[in-house]
Design a protein around this ligand. Sequence first.
Ligand code: SAH
Length: 214
Amino acid sequence: MPHDEFAIAQEAMVEDQIVARGIRNPDVLDAMRKVPRHAFCVAEQKPYAYEDRPLPIGHGQTISQPYIVALMSELLQVQRHHSVLEIGTGSGYQAAVLSHLVSHLITIERISPLARRAMEIYSSLGYDSIDVEVADGYDGYAPGAPYDRILVTAAPEKIPPALTEQLAEGGRLVIPAGTYPQRMIVVNKRAGRLITEKHISVVFVPLRRGIDQG
Ligand code: SAH
């Protein structure tokens, strides 16, 4: 697909899938207009990059549906100075969107070849504020803790305790959790207490344990 066709498809994606479904945060909409989703898709899926669905990226994983990326980015209520952790780098697309909203972020992935692929895409596009690490997100990521914001893009049955432990006071965790179909959950930490909100039903790949060197 020629470059301008991608641009037209991307603008239609933002209007028809994201604005039309009620995402209003102007910074999130701006980020969804800027990040080239096709750059994060595998070659044979690029023609479908701006369609309203997740797409396979290899290793049994997917790049999330654009609306879900926008919804999670909005639910995160991120500010530029926040320390942010994403669990489940996958293609790297969600973290690229977040990188337009925050000065710096860490994203972790358990499948080493996917982490490497995301790093290559970031360097080719000039994204230099995203730190990609290979780690098991069940344990959060202690080196950068505590975090003001944690976003998880794979679903556990129960929220791993390390994630709420590594959340800063006033922090917010956005995570799909439960059994199929999962629910999008937001956890706020206020005065040391955890306050949970349930949002829409969603379908995510499972959060798995351990590192996979591919
Ligand atoms: N945010 C991604 C969505 C990727 S799908 C994107 O924008 O493309 C979820 C990813 O979570 C997969 O790549 C999967 O390997 C990863 N994952 C699953 N369990 C994990 C764990 N325990 N720690 C880190 N990553 C994990």
